[in-house]
Design a protein around this ligand. Structure first.
Ligand code: TZP
Ligand code: MG
Length: 211
């Protein structure tokens, strides 16, 4: 952690991909989200219609440039090689991805995030290289098939107690109606997919989150 992140960057973390084949709609949502004040963006490309190869790299470069225009750091999920190829601002790793300690030197001054669901995963994780953890799902989610059972805000609070000051973002089923419970229970911010990607009015939703 040569260059610790600013934990304010975690305040409203939007995670999205190319939108299951509807790339233009996805770019529109991401642009609106950037304009409306998200503080961090993660490109997470999964599921039906996921882009790969050259198309994925082009999409990543497009979104990276959009994010840079808004001074929003651009993080890539899982794909260490792609993150280096497009010079992303960071990488987010799950428990089944590369271990943070094994990351190439490129990431020494980049943002490194790690998903840690509970105390058992925390005990098994080497946080030496990690700038923030993401924990959840706090609430039930439809956006990740293998997310497992919701940990609730009690899980979040217990994670905060265990990790001390390390920046932490809550994820999973977070909406405009429940995000404050996450902040009250120790999260520095919230990470969302559907609350923004499926919002009827993206700017209004983001205003409500940032209130
Ligand atoms: N990791 C844990 S829950 C989740 C991820 C990627 C999905 C979050 O999506 P949503 O739509 O905000 O519940
Ligand atoms: Mg992963």
């Amino acid at each position: 952690m040569l260059n610790p992140m600013n934990k304010n960057d975690l305040r409203l973390y939007f995670i999205y991909g190319s939108g299951n084949g509807n790339v233009q709609r996805s770019l529109d949502v991401i642009e609106q989200a950037l304009q409306s004040g998200i503080t961090l963006f993660q490109m997470r490309e999964k599921g039906d219609g996921a882009l790969a190869g050259k198309a994925l790299k082009e999409f990543a470069l497009t979104v990276k440039d959009m994010a840079a225009l808004h001074d929003v750091p651009f993080i890539i999920n899982d794909d260490v090689e792609l993150a280096m190829a497009v010079q992303a601002d960071g990488i987010h790793l799950g428990q089944d991805d590369m271990r943070p300690g094994a990351l190439p030197d490129y990431f020494d001054n980049k943002i490194v995030g790690l998903s840690v669901r509970d105390g058992a995963e925390l005990a098994a994780s080497d946080l030496g290289n990690v700038d923030y953890i993401g924990t959840g799902p706090i609430f039930p989610t439809l956006s990740k098939d293998d997310a497992g059972e919701a940990t609730g805000v009690s899980g979040l609070k217990s994670m905060r107690d265990k990790i001390g000051e390390l920046p932490m973002v809550a994820i999973g089923g977070i909406t405009e109606n429940n995000y404050h419970e996450c902040i009250e229970n120790g999260a520095d911010g919230i990470a969302v997919i559907s609350a923004i990607s499926e919002a009827d009015d993206v700017p209004r939703t983001i205003r409500n989150f940032l209130e």
